[in-house]
Design a protein around this ligand. Sequence first.
Ligand SMILES: NC(=O)c1ccc[n+]([C@@H]2O[C@H](COP(=O)([O-])OP(=O)(O)OC[C@H]3O[C@@H](n4cnc5c(N)ncnc54)[C@H](OP(=O)(O)O)[C@@H]3O)[C@@H](O)[C@H]2O)c1
Length: 256
Amino acid sequence: MKALVTGATSGIGMSIAGKLSKKGWELILTGRNEKVLKKMQAKLGSGTEIIAADLSKKDEVLRVYECCKDKDVDMLVNNAGYGLFGKCEDIDLEDELNMLNVNITALHILTKLFLRDFKKKDRGIILNVASAAGFMSGPLMSSYYASKNYVVRLTLAIYEELRRDRSNVTVTLLCPGPVATNFNNRAGVRFSVRPISADMAAECALKNALAGKLFAIPSLSVKLGVFGSQFVPHRLLSAIVYNIQHGKIQNKDGGR
Ligand SMILES: NC(=O)c1ccc[n+]([C@@H]2O[C@H](COP(=O)([O-])OP(=O)(O)OC[C@H]3O[C@@H](n4cnc5c(N)ncnc54)[C@H](OP(=O)(O)O)[C@@H]3O)[C@@H](O)[C@H]2O)c1
């Protein structure tokens, strides 16, 4: 069995790659950091291929697909992604478009192209890494939350199309709350609640994806939060999320 894992150089993606390798899967790993990719290849062994690519660029995304399309990939793990923190008007437009390219466009392209291939052979697993953020609006991280809403809605819609076609292809949505990875450093914030480990998130993702389940939500509190959020009026939910996000602002003087 073979999996393509995006964002494999760190955090949840790195952990998913390690766990799949232990289960005997061959891997194709991508990320921008070639040095880390080479280290992972050396560690995980000969069944591991690497492709250094910047998924904010459409050509690079298509190059990744071209490298993989004839390799009989069984599982696509769309994990690469990151967040930008700040008020909508303050975040640099180019930075934001790059993030949307990684979180939405790259995931969309790879999902569509592999979905076509998987449908042809009537097997394959697509594991899309969304977030609990995908079920709500996110003041102070507005475009990140919106991007994860896209991932949730796209994946849910594909799930239903596959179900109606009685397809053996499956899609899974990983929707974690806070996970201890490089995510916060890149967004320039710190968690206001205790994160789970990347290993816990990866374990939950693979358990559910390999069982063909739609949702992978790796903690009871996040499950309750995602479920409960459906019953909270939109404006109230936004106000609650604003307070949570505001609590994340890093105190540059070393406090809280
Ligand atoms: N950590 C959390 O609290 C949390 C919660 C919910 C959902 N998530 C989601 O989990 C996924 C993984 O994030 P993480 O928490 O594991 O963070 P992470 O440790 O920062 O890992 C992010 C991965 O994405 C890759 N990536 C970022 N920009 C890229 C680009 N332009 N081109 C190609 N690859 C790129 C990075 O690789 P390179 O740097 O090598 O390019 C890295 O491997 C993301 O989709 C994130 O939104 C995270």
